[in-house]
Design a protein around this ligand. Structure first.
Ligand code: PLP
Length: 415
């Protein structure tokens, strides 16, 4: 680990790279942005990368002959290599498909692999804390193939019950699809242990990295996963772009998810053969500017250091948990500080999460109320909704204090 990675973040300098954080969102109030698990903000240099692309290079890819197309193609292909490297995939672009987001990565594998490989009696194992993008996708694929879904239970502290995982992952398991970090509980799941367990039974493993990749170093090879998906808009990148890592031989064997131009090798009236990965899975004109800017976002995060970002967020979440813990009328969900990633979901007794978020908004504090696309998990938690504050590299303890003050205001109003 470098010395630089030991240093705390220079948050004031970092905030200067995100002009939106200076925005007046009404009544002269500056936004306190604590909705990063939904979408993170975008630093100037990523916006500039998009801007530069449109000003200097804009052209279609797929290796046109003219200068601009050559340049755009090269930059777009290199962006795949950069994102493969960013998540520890040594195979470069052959293991990195650009998607629209994590949801598309999940759908791509569920359709491309699942529809072909799953049969009646096969089992897909998820967890009770899956995001709808995983749960609904596998649920629908299971209905179409006759496969069964099983769910690893979450214990009272918001951790996966690994004894239960041992019980339900077995010879019929074909896929274990699990979120790396829970977007509701902040739980960081033991992906390598689950991968070992799944592989012992000949199953594949898909990890949903939507809440992990932006915040911590991820190495898909160390984790031992077969597939891994993430979204650009949660990691300081643009919307409309994400990545899917897959082991090369698995992606090679999979069916395309969408058909059209750009993903073919030879087309005849009756038959078509596919281009190599990643083109095979990237039909039509791809999000070129977004892909190139995503590589810039990866550079940005690495220049700062993902260990430092992770440490900063864990520090903030610990502070937030301590502050929220001062009040008996606040229920916090998920594992204790020290074990969780930088987000916290909670409820204030007697106040619906939506009302709470609305009062927070009056204080310019942006949080997210609702089920966070984890309705079944909320059923397990015994509540329909929760309020979630989620942190990133530019957040401060003063912003956590602003959150607590806004909660206090809600408490007074509803008393
Ligand atoms: N998985 C998790 C854990 C998430 O938190 C999210 C988004 O909140 C998603 C998947 C879906 O991400 P996207 O909407 O970018 O596809």
């Amino acid at each position: 680990m470098s010395t630089q990675s030991e240093e705390p973040l220079d948050v004031e300098r970092i905030r200067g790279e995100f002009p939106i954080l200076e925005r007046d969102v009404g009544d002269g109030q500056r936004v306190v942005y604590l909705d990063n698990a939904a979408t993170s903000q975008t630093p100037d240099r990523v916006v500039d990368a998009m801007d530069d692309y449109y000003r200097e290079t804009n052209s279609n890819v797929h290796r046109g002959i003219h200068h601009l197309s050559q340049e755009a193609s090269l930059a777009y292909e290199e962006a795949h290599d950069r994102l493969a490297e960013f998540v520890g995939a040594s195979g470069g672009r052959e293991e990195m498909v650009f998607t629209k987001n994590t949801t598309e990565g999940l759908n791509l594998v569920a359709h491309g692999w699942g529809l072909r490989e799953l049969d009646e009696g096969d089992e897909v194992v998820l967890t009770e804390m899956e995001h709808h993008s995983s749960l609904v996708t596998w649920q629908q694929i299971a209905k179409r193939t006759g496969a069964d879904l099983k769910f690893i239970a979450v214990d009272d502290e918001g951790r996966l019950d690994m004894d239960h995982a041992q019980e339900i992952i077995g010879p019929d398991t074909e896929m274990v699809s699990v979120t790396h970090v829970s977007n509701t509980l902040g739980t960081v799941n033991p992906i390598s242990d689950l991968a070992d367990l799944a592989h012992e039974h000949g199953s594949y493993v898909f990890a949903d990295g939507a809440q992990a990749v932006p915040h911590q170093s991820v190495d898909v090879e160390d984790l031992g996963v077969d597939f891994y998906a993430f979204s650009g808009h949660k990691m300081c990148g643009p919307t409309g772009i994400g990545g899917l890592y897959g082991k090369s031989h698995l992606l090679d064997a999979m069916e395309p998810f969408m058909y059209g131009g750009g993903m073919v090798r030879k087309v005849e009236f009756e038959e078509t053969t596919w281009a190599d990965v990643p083109e095979k899975f990237e039909a039509g004109t791809p999000p070129i500017a977004e892909g190139i800017a995503l590589a810039e976002a990866a550079d940005y995060l690495d220049d700062i250091g993902r260990e430092r970002i992770d440490r900063h967020e864990r520090d903030l979440v610990e502070y937030a948990m301590n502050r929220l813990g001062e009040f008996d009328d606040i229920e916090v969900y998920g594992p204790p500080a020290g074990e969780r990633a930088g987000l916290v979901s909670f409820n204030l007794e007697g106040v619906h999460a939506h009302d709470l978020a609305s009062i927070m908004n009056d204080h310019a504090v942006a949080i997210r109320p609702g089920d966070h696309c984890t309705q079944p998990l909320h059923d397990v938690l015994g509540t329909a909704a929760s309020a979630r504050a989620s942190f990133y590299l530019y957040n401060t303890k003063a912003e956590v204090d602003a959150l607590v003050e806004a909660i206090d205001d809600a408490r007074q109003l509803f008393a």
